[in-house]
Design a protein around this ligand. Structure first.
Ligand SMILES: O=C(CO)[C@H](O)[C@H](O)COP(=O)(O)O
Ligand SMILES: [Fe+2]
Length: 234
C-alpha cells in the first residue's frame, strides 16, 4: 500500500445487549449469569414510568441487584419523564451508561451534563418520529446514541423498517462529528433484523425476546444472533 491509498475499512465491533425486560424476573440472577456466560457485552435495563411510556418496569433497586451479580456494563435506558430527577439514583445504583430520551425533558442538555457529572457514560435516545437533527446540539455530550426501532414501552414489537435509514444517517453524523460514540438500536432485533441493523451502522444491538425468549436458551440465542450478523458479513 502506498501513502495515497486509504487503509481498508475496519469492521466495527459488534456488541450484544440483552434486554432484561424479557427475562424471567423470578430467576434474574440466573438470567444475568447466563447472559454473561453466553457472550453478552452489556446488560440493557429498561426503566419505564407509566407516564413517558404507558408501561411500568424497573427502578434503581433492580440496577443495584444486577450490579451485585454481573460485572458487565449496565446500560440503563430511562423511558421516564424529566429523567434528571433520577440520574443520581441510577448512578449510585451502579449504572455504567445512562440513556435519556430527547423527548422526555425540556432540559436535555442539563440531563446529559448531570449524567457526566456522576461519572457515568451518557446516552441520548430518539423515538422513531424524532428528527435526528437534535443530535447536532448534544453530540459533544454523549458517548452513545440510541435509535429506537420501535415506539418505546413494550418488548416483543416489530422492527420499524424506516429505522435502517435513520441508522445510516445517525452513523454518518457520528462518524463526521463524534467518532468513537456508540450507535445503539433497540426494538424488534432478531436473527433477521440484526444483520441489517449492524450493516446500517449500529454498534450495539439490544435484544430482549430474541435472547430471553424461545426454547433455545440464552447462550444459544446470543450465538445465533452473532452468527447471523457474521454470516451477512461474508
Ligand atoms: O426499550 C425497549 C422497549 O421500549 C426494549 O429494550 C426493547 O423493546 C427490547 O425488547 P425486544 O427485543 O423484545 O423488542
Ligand atoms: Fe430499551
Amino acid at each position: 500500500m502506498n501513502d495515497t491509498q486509504a487503509p481498508p475499512p475496519v469492521a466495527r465491533a459488534l456488541k450484544l445487549a440483552p434486554s432484561l425486560l424479557a427475562a424471567d424476573f423470578a430467576r434474574l440472577g440466573d438470567e444475568l449469569r447466563a447472559a454473561e456466560a453466553g457472550g453478552a457485552d452489556l446488560i440493557h435495563v429498561d426503566v419505564m414510568d407509566g407516564h413517558f411510556v404507558p408501561n411500568l418496569s424497573l427502578g434503581p433497586l433492580i440496577v443495584e441487584a444486577c450490579r451485585r451479580v454481573t460485572s458487565l456494563p449496565l446500560d440503563v435506558h430511562l423511558m421516564i419523564s424529566s429523567p434528571e430527577r433520577y440520574i443520581g439514583a441510577f448512578a449510585e445504583a451502579g449504572a455504567d451508561i445512562i440513556t435519556v430520551h430527547a423527548e422526555a425533558t425540556p432540559h436535555l442538555h442539563r440531563a446529559l451534563g448531570l449524567i457526566r457529572e456522576c461519572g457515568v457514560q451518557a446516552g441520548v435516545a430518539l423515538n422513531p418520529a424524532t428528527p435526528l437533527t437534535v443530535l447536532n446540539e448534544v453530540l459533544a455530550l454523549v458517548d452513545l446514541v440510541l435509535v429506537m426501532s420501535v415506539n418505546p414501552g413494550f418488548g416483543g414489537q416489530t422492527f420499524i423498517e424506516g429505522s435502517l435509514r435513520r441508522l445510516r444517517a445517525a452513523r454518518a453524523i457520528i462518524d463526521a462529528q463524534r467518532p468513537g460514540c456508540l450507535l445503539e438500536v433497540d426494538g424488534g432485533i432478531n436473527h433477521e433484523t440484526a444483520p441489517r441493523a449492524y450493516h446500517a451502522g449500529a454498534d450495539v444491538l439490544v435484544a430482549g425476546s430474541a435472547v430471553f425468549g424461545g426454547e433455545g436458551g440464552v447462550a444459544h440465542n446470543l450465538t445465533a444472533l452473532r452468527e447471523a450478523v457474521q454470516r451477512a458479513d461474508g
